[in-house]
Design a protein around this ligand. Structure first.
Ligand code: AMP
Length: 618
């Protein structure tokens, strides 16, 4: 297997600090692994099976200790989360026998995908942190080919941790990034001394502060204090970066006061955070404070990034998938700086990187790194007539249809299936990818969509079934007034920050009069409907509401007959009348406009839904 560019399980002892050499090693690593993709995949699956040959799951499926790819493909079923839930529950409840993986499960990573309304739990093992670090270590050498000398300045990245909890068996459960930011792989490496590319404006203490207000405030303050050194800005997802800019819009006067006086707002009560920021602040800086104030007082926030951080070369955020909805607002704030999507990853496994980071966001493709896991692909046209929305449990059919990494075809769409070192075997990730090209022998994929997801603002992913159940529970509040929701659809509205879910409801009041809902049903009832819908949505959504990364849900009541007009519109665009189904989520601007033009009244949720850390079963 090609040598990893850095000693990734012992990064802090990496004494090869020759910047250029390290970059070359990383690029060579990419060349090597992409040129030998199939051989590496063969070895990855062998390694995984050798190490876990006798785990209960593989024995149950009759692998009998064999480690070759062909037998694996013949006997191991293709599964989704629900199939593995009994095993995952046993591990969560404290069964430490080798159920899925021979190595000890070090923690659970809580995915933003949900099952039964709760975050999915992905088992992981200690060594996976090394694999994640390896993938991160490839990003800047790639970037350096397009924007050199980034190591001479700083990156202003807004990074956050979320709360963690323990399973009944005592394993920690937390999001993958929280796990990574708290690990020595990140902490020992987050300084220019150890890694010139990890020279962030945010001190570790500000990232590791659980209080989201204090964390955001102190990261922004640190970023403003070092504004002239900043060469790149970003967050993980576009939504997080926009939230930071919105926060600045609200608190710039307080931040400027701190910079002017050389003190920190008392709202920042965490002493380690205060000390870390004071190390940067050093002394009052009235000149810098006035400059920032001057820009923020101008009223328009157009180009605020380049005005406050004038040396910024690009904005590093993921804007592929549902995050594409934020491209216009990012363009506005950054005056059209390049938007760079560097990587594609998940709680299950880190997948790949973008080798052409300055490309148009609409054309981004990710090259899967063949050493991360064993990858297989389910052709979309083989999944229930090609709509990609099945939960096909016919494993016999699926098993034979899977294609290996090097065998995917240009232009085709596939669902990604992974086998990981941590004990997932032929696991359907739920992402739909399209082959956009090849780097040597390794395919590069456009991210098409997440299977079934209809609504998403931040890391929330609401599928059609969850939406349907939530609408049902909201609509229950209308029953006592003899009203029912006869049709509904939804969209996300990102013109507000944070964005929010919008439901369009057509209502039948069982009376002859034309609908004037305000007369028949009071607005407080509709607000209750909004709240009930939110209470029924999954825990990732509710957490987003509580942490204010998602705004209050809105219900818009539309005139009777609106959904007929929607159908007429679809037919006029060539839809077949026999097959027409009301879309449960609309994105196409003319349709959203049509719906908005028929709105009789609209209501927002006035209360936050309940959310507590942890899992409802614990
Ligand atoms: P989680 O398991 O909560 O970390 O979520 C992982 C999921 O986020 C992936 O399976 C994708 O659906 C989505 N995701 C991650 N990276 C990207 C990306 N670069 N572009 C689009 N979607 C992404």
């Amino acid at each position: 297997m090609p040598q990893a560019p850095i000693q990734y399980n012992n990064i802090q002892n990496d004494d090869d600090d020759n910047y250029g050499n390290n970059n070359k090693k990383a690029l060579k690593y990419i060349e090597d692994v992409t040129s030998n993709a199939d051989e590496i995949q063969e070895r990855v699956i062998e390694e995984i099976l050798k190490s876990s040959a006798h785990v209960e799951y593989l024995e149950r499926h009759g692998l009998n200790g064999r480690t070759d790819r062909d037998t694996f493909k013949k006997v191991i079923p293709v599964v989704n989360y629900e199939d593995l839930k009994p095993e995952i529950d046993r591990i969560a409840n404290g069964d430490s026998s080798p159920i899925l993986c021979s190595k000890p499960i070090s923690e659970f990573l809580t995915s933003s995908g949900t099952s039964g309304g709760e975050r999915k739990l992905m088992p992981t093992i200690e060594e996976e942190l090394g694999r994640r670090t390896l993938l991160y270590s490839l990003l800047m050498p790639v970037m350096d080919q397009f924007v050199p000398n980034l190591h001479k300045g700083k990156g202003m990245y807004f990074l956050f941790i979320k709360s963690e909890t323990k399973t009944p068996g005592g394993l920690i459960a937390r999001p993958v990034l929280t796990s990574y930011y708290k690990s020595s792989h990140f902490n020992n490496n987050n300084s220019s001394h150890n890694n010139p590319h990890k020279n962030y404006t945010s001190p570790n203490e500000t990232i590791l502060c659980l209080d989201s207000f204090q964390s955001m405030y102190s990261q922004l303050l640190s970023g403003l204090l070092q504004s002239h050194q900043v060469l790149r800005v970003g967050a993980v997802f576009a939504s997080g970066f926009i939230r930071a800019i919105k926060f600045l819009e609200k608190f710039w006067a307080d931040l400027c006061r701190d910079i002017r006086t050389g003190t920190i707002d008392p709202k920042i009560s965490d002493t380690s955070v205060r000390e870390a920021v004071m190390r940067i602040m050093k002394r009052p800086n009235p000149k810098l404070a006035s400059c920032i104030e001057g820009e923020c007082m101008k009223g328009s926030w157009k180009g605020i990034i380049t005005r406050l951080w004038p040396n910024t070369k690009y904005v590093d955020v993921i804007v592929t998938g549902t995050m594409a909805q934020y491209i216009p607002i990012l363009d506005y704030y950054s005056n059209g700086l390049p938007l760079v999507c560097t990587m594609y990853a998940s709680s299950e496994c880190y997948f790949g990187i973008n080798l052409n980071p300055l490309c148009d966001p609409a054309k981004v493709s990710y090259t899967l790194i063949p050493t991360m896991a064993y990858f297989e692909f389910l052709p979309l046209n083989k999944m229930n007539g090609g709509n990609g929305h099945s939960n096909n449990s016919n494993n016999q059919l699926v098993k034979e249809d899977l294609v290996d990494l090097v065998d995917v075809e240009l232009g085709q769409e596939y669902e990604l299936v992974v086998t990981t070192y941590a004990g997932l075997y032929r696991y359907r990730v739920g992402d739909i990818l399209r082959v956009a090209g090849f780097k040597n022998k390794t395919p590069q994929f456009n991210f098409v969509c997440r299977k079934n997801v209809v609504l998403s603002i931040d890391s929330d992913k609401t599928d059609e079934v969850e939406l349907q159940n939530a609408v049902k529970s909201g609509a229950n509040h209308l029953k006592q007034f003899g009203a029912t929701v006869t049709e509904y659809t939804s969209c996300v509205d990102t013109s507000t920050i944070p964005g929010h879910y919008v439901l369009f409801w057509e209502i039948n009041t069982h009376t002859k009069q034309t609908l004037n809902t305000d007369k028949n049903i009071s607005s407080s009832v509709f607000k209750e409907c909004c709240h009930a819908v939110e209470e029924s949505l999954n825990s990732v959504y509710r957490q987003g509401r509580v942490s204010e990364s998602i705004g209050p849900l809105e219900i818009k009541i539309v005139e009777n007959g609106t959904f007929d007009k929607l159908m007429d519109f679809a037919l006029s665009q060539g839809a077949s009348i026999n097959q027409y189904k009301t879309p449960r989520c609309v994105k196409y601007a003319p349709i959203v406009e049509l719906l908005n033009s028929k709105v009789v009244c609209s209501y927002f949720s006035e209360k936050c839904p309940k959310w507590v850390p942890g899992h409802k079963r614990w």
